[in-house]
Write a protein that binds this ligand. Structure first.
Ligand SMILES: Nc1ncnc2c1ncn2[C@@H]1O[C@H](COP(=O)(O)OP(=O)(O)OP(=O)(O)O)[C@@H](O)[C@H]1O
Length: 301
């Protein structure tokens, strides 16, 4: 598989502090939306800053578009769009004027300003000044600015921070559109798993400077599938004895029985056995063991 961005043994320590990043092997596949997840202070921003050359690398290697970053810094950064921390907008200028400032630097055609504003849904904001925009609009303008020079890789550090639920949905849809229609690889950091889960194709989970998981979202989902199963019956004591006698990992919990590690075939068998023993089964359902639980499991072990 070809990686748009790869780090090997990336380690970083702020002066006088504990190690902020410990041996990070980040592999962001070409064309992916890579969700870089971790709680506050995990090391997400530090990683992204190193990858963009905003912090001086101490140890390890960074390869972007197959090239060692340090030797090809300028060429690589020409193809990268980034939004780290809050966007720098001119609040007294309109959306178009903000983009015109960058257009001069990037020397791209005026038509491109219209294209990116259309893409982020700000084509009709006219003379309205950026300072009067909602936070969601400011964030979308900031994304437009990162897209102006047609990057192949977009690096976004917590772009949904501070947005209301509607702003979060708009941002998610925008990033999906950018990925789908422009074929841009997106590396997005967040501490919000439910947000990343709805967006990313690939996930990296970082905690205390260590990368604990990295794979497709599908693989992470699969690891959550052996969810605990809850059974409620008219006689939990008898059911518990019957199931324990058969070697099922089962325990009583809040008026239910909780079983671990059972397949769907085993659930059907258990149901039949309970009914044959004269027990009324009121309900059997898998306890919702979602990605949030898997995420918490990973960072708490
Ligand atoms: N300039 C700095 N000086 C000293 N320590 C720092 C500095 N910046 C970050 N750190 C520390 O490095 C660790 C990683 O911080 P980082 O900002 O990369 O985490 P994060 O995952 O981006 O968190 P958040 O979601 O809060 O932004 C933390 O322990 C943080 O306190």
């Amino acid at each position: 598989m070809s990686f748009c961005l790869e780090t090997t043994q990336l380690t970083y320590r702020f002066t006088g502090q504990e190690t902020a990043l410990d041996n990070i092997h980040l592999q962001v596949p070409q064309g992916s939306i890579y969700g870089f997840l971790g709680p506050n202070g995990a090391g997400k921003t530090t990683t992204l800053k190193l990858v963009l050359g905003l912090l001086k690398k101490q140890q390890g290697h960074i390869t972007i578009f197959g090239k060692p970053f340090e030797q090809h810094r300028v060429a690589v950064l020409r193809q990268v769009g980034a939004l780290i921390e809050s966007p720098s907008l001119y609040s007294q200028l309109s959306a178009v004027e903000n983009l015109q400032v960058l257009q001069t630097i990037y020397r791209c055609p005026s038509q491109r300003i219209h294209e990116v504003l259309q893409l982020v849904g700000l084509a009709n904001t006219g003379h309205k000044k950026a300072g009067q925009f909602s936070l969601g609009m400011k964030q979308r303008l900031a994304i437009a600015m990162t897209l102006l020079h047609r990057p192949a890789l977009l690096i976004l550090d917590e772009p949904t921070n501070g947005l209301d639920p509607n702003g979060i949905i708009e941002m998610r849809e925008l990033l999906k559109t950018i990925s789908r229609e422009q074929g841009i690889t997106i590396l997005i950091s967040s501490h919000l798993l439910p947000e990343i889960e709805k967006l990313a194709t690939h996930i990296g989970i970082i905690h205390k400077g260590k990368l604990l998981f990295q794979d497709t979202l599908e693989t992470l989902m699969r690891s959550t599938q052996q969810a605990p199963v809850l059974i409620s019956t008219n006689n939990n004591t008898q059911s518990l004895q019957l199931l324990q006698a058969q070697g099922v990992h089962v325990a009583a919990a809040n008026g239910h029985l909780l079983m671990q590690g059972v397949t769907k075939e085993k659930i059907a068998l258990i149901n039949r056995q309970l009914v044959l023993a004269g027990i009324d089964v009121y309900g059997i359902h898998a306890q919702h063991h979602d990605l949030e639980a898997t995420f918490m499991d990973l960072i708490n072990h």
